[in-house]
Every structure is written in C-alpha cells, then in structure tokens.
Design a binder for this molecule. Structure first.
Ligand code: NDP
Length: 293
C-alpha cells in the first residue's frame, strides 16, 4: 500500500496523519513527539485548536528536518476576508515557528457570508502563488459550497477535510470531491465523535461488525477503521493523547481488509452527522478571536 497520496498540485502528502483537536496545549508537545517517534509524518492542527505553538515545538524537538514533516493547519471563520486571511497565515506560521505551511485549509464554509469565504480562499491562492503554502484546501464544504467556491476560484482545493467514519461516511460528498480532483481527508476517522459527543448509534469502537473484523485480523477496531480509509483512498488523521493508542493507530501496514470487509463497513453508515451542520455555521454562533502569534 502507498503510504503517500499525491495532491492535485502534485505535492505528496502522507495518507495517515495525526490529529490534535481537543488535545490540551499542555499535553500537545508530548503527544506530537510520540506520534513523530512512532512514524507519523503528517500533523493536523488548526488555529482554533489553540495548540499550534506546541505542535511547532514538538516538531523542533523531534530532530526531524522541516521537510520531513507535513504540517497542516486551518484558518478559523473569524479570520475570513482577504487581508484577514493573509494575516491568519502569519499568526499560524508564527505560532508554529515555520516559514512555510504544507497545507492550509479554510476550516468551514460560512454559508451566510459566502463572499467572505471566497475572499479568504482568494488569500489562500495568493499564499500558494507566493510559496508560503505548498497546497490549499477546505474543510466541511458540502458539494454546493465547492461549486460556489469554484465560480470565482482558479485553484481547485487539494483537500476537503470532512467527517468520515463508519457511522457517517458522506458518500455523495466523497463523490463530489473526487469528481473535482479534491482529496477526501477523514476527520474523526475512527468515529471518536460517536464517543465524545454521541450520535445515538453508540460508539464505533464497540460496533459488532467492526470488532468481528478486528478479531479476524488480530487487530483493534481502530486499526480496522484506519485501514478502511486507507484502502478506500482517503487520508485519515486519528487523534489520541495515549502513547499506546498513538502507536497502535499507526501500526496498520501489515494487514489487509478483504473487499467484503470494506463493503461491510461501508454498510454501517447511519447518515447521522456528529459535527455541526455545515449549512448552520455562522460567525454569530461560532466566531471567536484567534490570538496573535
Ligand atoms: P478520532 O476519530 O480521531 O477519535 C479520537 C477519540 O478516540 C479520542 O477521544 C481518543 O481518546 C479516542 N481514541 C483514539 N485512539 C483510540 C483507540 N485506538 N481506541 C479507542 N479509542 C481511541 O476523532 P477526532 O474527532 O479527534 O478526529 C481526529 C482529528 O480530525 C482531530 O484531532 C482533528 O485534527 C481533526 N478534526 C477536524 C475537524 C474539522 O472540522 N475539520 C473536526 C474534528 C476533528 P484518547 O486521546 O484518550 O486516546
């Protein structure tokens, strides 16, 4: 299995990365250091997670060269607008302590202020043209958001990072991404949100179909779910603060799911979203100040 995926701008990105949403700043350095030690080379953070500084610190402490680690972060909606988003890059790069960010995403569409979303994306295009970022993309964009974006944009997003786990797989959105050459990257890839928020269907970790497949391979349920993403061509960014789980979630390259097993996991989709409805995201409800670097 290929461990890297080629983005539409020809940049190579590790398929399996490490997420740090809800990882408190005080444990972020240790978590990311562990992740880099066990082999992850893609770290996914966001301005809104409040831990970019600690992600940067862990990367420096790892002793890895800057070009060995793929850094992905996201601009929060409060920083949308052309000038504001250019400045959001400075804030994120400053906190991370890097000159260049590998992949910069718009965290959410702002459907009620889509012009600001488009201006923010125009800033990403400028950052790309200036070499400040190696690739640009979006997150939580629905097919109509992609369509409206592309009415004015000239660069197709390299990535759309969206909620994808066995209980909410968004097959239509994945198709819309693929049709445009946008790579789908799965957030909450092992269904963490079905545990920490709850969607009424129980936790993916306890799902009998998934645990039976795990038992057949002598793996964990999380490893099965990560393998499912990779075999279906998605990027996945599982999060953990537990060193054993951080390591286990990366130890997925020595077994293979059968076509029947990936199809069985596809069949678990409930159509019930765990995260916020993308159409309902507004500055009023979700806006918050992102501090300077
Ligand atoms: P995940 O699917 O990665 O699950 C993480 C949760 O599962 C944590 O509670 C973790 O707890 C637990 N866990 C991790 N590994 C295991 C395991 N092997 N067995 C049992 N439990 C486990 O969910 P996330 O929502 O964190 O998503 C991953 C990443 O995606 C985020 O960190 C972030 O980078 C990104 N994301 C992006 C969003 C967006 O809007 N763009 C929204 C949400 C997430 P513990 O830490 O204690 O191990």
């Amino acid at each position: 299995m290929e461990t890297n995926l080629q983005l539409n701008d020809k940049v190579s990105m590790p398929a399996l990365g490490f997420g740090v949403f809800q990882t408190p700043p005080e444990v972020t350095v240790a978590s990311v250091e562990t992740a880099l030690e066990v082999g992850y080379r893609l770290i996914d953070t966001a301005a809104a997670y409040g831990n970019e500084r600690e992600v940067g610190e862990a990367i420096r402490r790892s002793g890895l060269d800057r070009d060995e680690v793929f850094i992905e972060t996201k601009v929060w909606i409060s920083d949308y607008g052309y000038d504001q988003t250019l400045h959001a890059f400075d804030k994120s790069a400053g906190k991370l302590g890097v000159e260049q960010i590998d992949l910069l995403l718009l965290h959410q569409a702002l459907p009620t202020a889509f012009d600001r979303t488009q201006e923010a994306y125009r800033a990403l295009e400028k950052l790309l043209a200036d070499g400040k970022v190696r690739a640009i993309g979006v997150s939580n964009f629905m097919p109509d958001h992609l369509e409206t974006l592309m009415e004015r944009a000239s660069v197709v997003p390299a990535v759309n990072q969206i909620e994808v786990h066995p209980y909410f797989a968004q097959p239509e959105l994945q198709k819309a991404n693929a049709t445009r050459g946008v790579l789908t990257q799965a957030w909450s890839p092992i269904g963490g949100i079905t545990s920490y928020r709850g969607t009424g269907a129980g936790s993916t970790f306890d799902d009998p179909v998934i645990t039976a497949i795990a038992e057949a391979h002598g793996t964990t349920a999380a490893q099965v779910m990560i393998r499912w993403h990779l075999q279906e061509g998605r990027s996945a960014i599982p999060k953990s603060v537990n060193p054993d789980r951080i390591a286990a979630n990366f130890d997925v390259f020595d077994f293979e799911l059968t076509a029947e097993q990936t199809a069985a996991i596809d069949g678990l989709d409930t159509g019930v979203r765990g995260g916020p409805e993308p159409e309902d995201v507004t500055l009023e409800a979700f806006g918050r100040d992102i501090p300077e670097a």
